[in-house]
Design a protein around this ligand. Structure first.
Ligand code: SF4
Length: 298
């Protein structure tokens, strides 16, 4: 009568051990951890877990390892045939970056007709899903149904159904810049020397992130990394500067943009590399110059 609860207890300890080591627990570790359990009993419980699909068994450098398998995932392929299990396994291993159909075909050795049938079946059962990748308009990658696609697949916060949300990015960029300008103006109003004003003008990406979050202009949850990439565009537009802190993070400050280019520099002759050789006569002359004609006709 006492055997049953004891077996359950051993099984629970074994599963807890396996769960604590998601990359797999070695046979030796299992034996050491459950040294109080007689070996035949322990072996029987390990076999039971393997039979029930709670463990994956694999060998690494001549050592046996047991890897815990989530029962919720196990049930997803219940009733599936061998081909579906093979394809499921390949897709599962691809994680949230997904896997392209051609790679599934190579890995599974199934022909295209078979593979399409299997994929359709798994999609219908809502075990896997196809996600369009931003890297190629016609490219779909497959991943497990309940996974959130990686930002390299979706394009991150700046993409909606594969389309780049340029307006959204523009608005964010303007608001980030506005925050930096306000911070700079605020710093200027307070007393202190130029250095103090300058130091007070700097903001971290977290400060800007907080401001943008409170504005509520984004439907998607933006991360500090997202804000950092927007702030970088503000820097590239010469509307802000950034400096590196000792810990490697950045501080941002609004700056006055460069002076507008004088009119002459904007002309094709203003940046012409052979302007010194251009004359009324000779091969290089404004009359025959296609760049000059193009500029005149703008
Ligand atoms: S006319 Fe043509 S060749 Fe002459 S300076 Fe202008 S761009 Fe250069």
């Amino acid at each position: 009568m006492e055997t049953e609860p004891s077996q359950n207890d051993v099984e629970t300890r074994l599963l807890d051990l396996a769960k604590s080591q998601p990359n797999g627990v070695s046979n030796d570790d299992v034996k050491a951890h459950l040294s109080d359990v007689p070996l035949p009993e322990l072996t029987a419980i390990i076999n039971k877990c393997l039979k029930n699909g709670l463990f994956d068994l694999f060998k690494l450098k001549n050592t046996l390892f047991y890897k815990y398998k989530d029962p919720s995932k196990k049930t997803t392929t219940k009733g599936a045939d061998t081909e579906e299990r093979v394809v499921y396994k390949i897709i599962e291993e691809a994680g949230n970056k997904g896997i392209w159909i051609r790679d599934i075909r190579f890995a599974s050795n199934l022909n295209m007709t078979q593979l399409n049938k299997v994929l359709k079946s798994l999609e219908t059962k809502k075990i896997i899903k196809a996600v369009k990748s931003v890297s190629a308009s016609k490219k779909k990658v497959y991943m497990l149904f309940d996974l959130e696609p990686d930002s390299t697949v979706t394009g991150g916060a700046w993409y909606q159904d594969q389309d780049f949300e340029s307006e959204f990015v523009d608005v964010l960029s303007q608001q980030c810049h506005r925050f930096l300008v306000e911070k700079w103006e605020e710093a200027n109003q307070k007393s202190g020397g130029p250095l103090a004003v300058r130091n007070r003008s700097y903001a971290t990406a977290s400060d800007v992130h907080k401001f943008i979050s409170e504005l509520g202009i984004s439907k998607v949850a933006l991360t500090i990394k997202d804000i950092e990439s927007i702030l970088f565009t503000v820097v590239l537009d010469n509307n802000a500067e950034r400096i590196v802190k000792t810990d490697g993070s950045y501080l941002y400050k609004a700056v006055k943009g460069f002076l507008p280019a004088p009119g002459l520099v904007k002309t094709t002759c203003g940046i012409c590399p052979v302007v010194n050789r251009c004359a009324d006569t000779g091969h290089i002359n404004p009359k025959d110059c296609s760049y000059f004609a193009e500029w005149l006709n703008q």
